[in-house]
Design a protein around this ligand. Structure first.
Ligand SMILES: *Cc1c(COP(=O)(O)O)cnc(C)c1O
Length: 405
């Protein structure tokens, strides 16, 4: 075990349980450990590393801007923010954008916007606004957000939580319709649930949800922090259903894997509820974040990474479907966003991830005993093939070991 790991275990909090590997270098889809071992990164930092590690153009944007101007706060204009926000609005079909850093902050921003919009525009009585979210959601780790998580561990020990949230089953538009009241401000949804297990809703779900929201004067907020920016084969996952939401959150890949950059984007009449002093962030929209965010968006379009994700992702899902092994319960996904759910009695997804690590493939387990794959969008089909072969071997070994007992 390296010195840094010892120090991390001694001085760090144990809110993560990292797998037994120390990564020291990254390039494209590859990561290297401290003994020179090379891995294919099929995890992609939960979709933050969509451009591949240390993408030269993004590193250039970062270092150029770091030499020119760093954080100055939003007390002054800077010469980088405008073009970043404009580009993000054009690409998402939104009118305006508010920059934050982490994904959770963008989601918090969306909740504040929705509530204030409910009071100032919709006319909901003071402090009565309700926001509906989905069972199995993941929107971040603040107290408000975990307050409406359906994962007991995320909530345990962190109450009391702010009221004003309701959950409905994901993928069930009728349940949303039934949960709406005159005080409902917004419906917050991931077009494909990531952390929850790469859960793909029934076809047409989002279009139906958009219709219900519009008919009831409820804002539709799509959390595209994980599913957006090409991950599922479209720029936004909601575009598969031809839906333009009232608001969108972006994060993760928006920072090019280099630094945290997030955005809350919305229609003008929603965003206009924010007045100077209502909301903010010291680092949100700083020149380095804006320069990297703009370079990330430009790179995504110029390298045609959404199209690539659709094509190579179809290959990934097709290859996964060819694995004949009773351990696999279901393969789900869209684009380069795939979940392999394993039979709980036959294999533990965390153990499979550890064995894949030993075989040179980095993945991570998530809820529903599922292996999560969100590799960099620049991944080649041959690299996918190699990784899928390793998965097939690992599952084979487990199946054979079980058969022996
Ligand atoms: C990761 C994630 C978040 C939270 O982002 P952080 O940067 O970790 O705060 C929010 N929503 C979704 C859908 C996510 O996948």
């Amino acid at each position: 075990m390296g010195g840094s790991v010892r120090l991390e275990m001694r001085f760090g909090a144990s809110n993560y349980a990292p797998m037994p590997v120390t990564i020291v270098r990254g390039n494209g889809v590859y990561l290297w450990d401290d003994s020179g071992g090379r891995y294919v990164d099929m995890m992609g930092a939960y979709s933050a590393a969509s451009f591949g590690h240390c993408h030269p153009r993004l590193v250039q944007a970062l270092t150029d801007q770091a030499r020119q101007l760093d954080t100055i706060s939003r007390a002054y204009f800077n010469d980088r923010l405008g073009s970043f926000l404009a580009r993000a609005c054009t690409l998402t079909g939104m009118d305006s954008a508010l920059p934050m850093n982490s994904g959770a902050e963008a989601v918090e921003t969306s909740l504040k916007a929705a509530r204030k919009w409910a009071y100032k525009v919709k006319g909901v009585p003071a402090d009565r606004a309700e926001i509906i979210a989905c069972e199995g959601n993941f929107h971040g780790r603040t107290i408000t957000i975990v307050g409406f998580s359906s994962v007991p561990q995320y909530r345990d020990g962190f109450g009391p939580f702010p009221p004003g949230f309701r959950l409905v089953p994901f993928g069930d538009a009728e349940a949303l319709q039934a949960a709406i009241t005159p005080n409902t401000a917004a419906f917050l949804v991931e077009p494909i649930q990531g952390e929850g297990g790469i859960n793909v809703p029934p076809a047409g779900y989002l279009a139906e949800v958009a219709r219900i929201c519009r008919a009831n004067g409820v804002l539709l907020i799509c959390d595209e922090i994980q599913s957006g920016l090409g991950r599922t084969g479209r720029f936004l996952a909601c575009q598969h259903d031809g839906v333009t939401p009232d608001a969108v959150t972006l994060g993760k890949a928006l920072g090019g894997g280099l630094l945290p950059v997030s955005l809350f984007l919305a229609r003008r009449d929603v965003m206009q509820v924010f007045r100077p002093g209502d909301h903010g962030s010291t680092f949100g929209g700083n020149p380095i974040a804006a320069a990297v965010g703009l370079a990330a968006l430009d790179t995504l379009i110029e390298e045609r990474l959404s199209e690539r994700s659709a094509r190579v992702g179809a290959h990934l899902l097709a290859r996964l479907a060819t694995i004949r092994n009773p351990i696999i319960r279901e393969v789900r996904g869209r684009g380069l966003f795939a979940g392999i759910e394993l039979d709980r009695d036959a294999a533990n997804a965390a153990e499979v991830a550890t064995r894949l690590l030993q075989a040179g493939v980095l993945t991570k387990d998530t809820h529903r005993n599922t292996i999560r794959c969100a590799p960099p969008l620049i991944i080649e089909e041959s690299q996918i093939d190699w990784a899928v072969d390793r998965l097939a071997e690992v599952l084979d070994e487990i199946a054979r070991a079980k058969a022996r007992f």
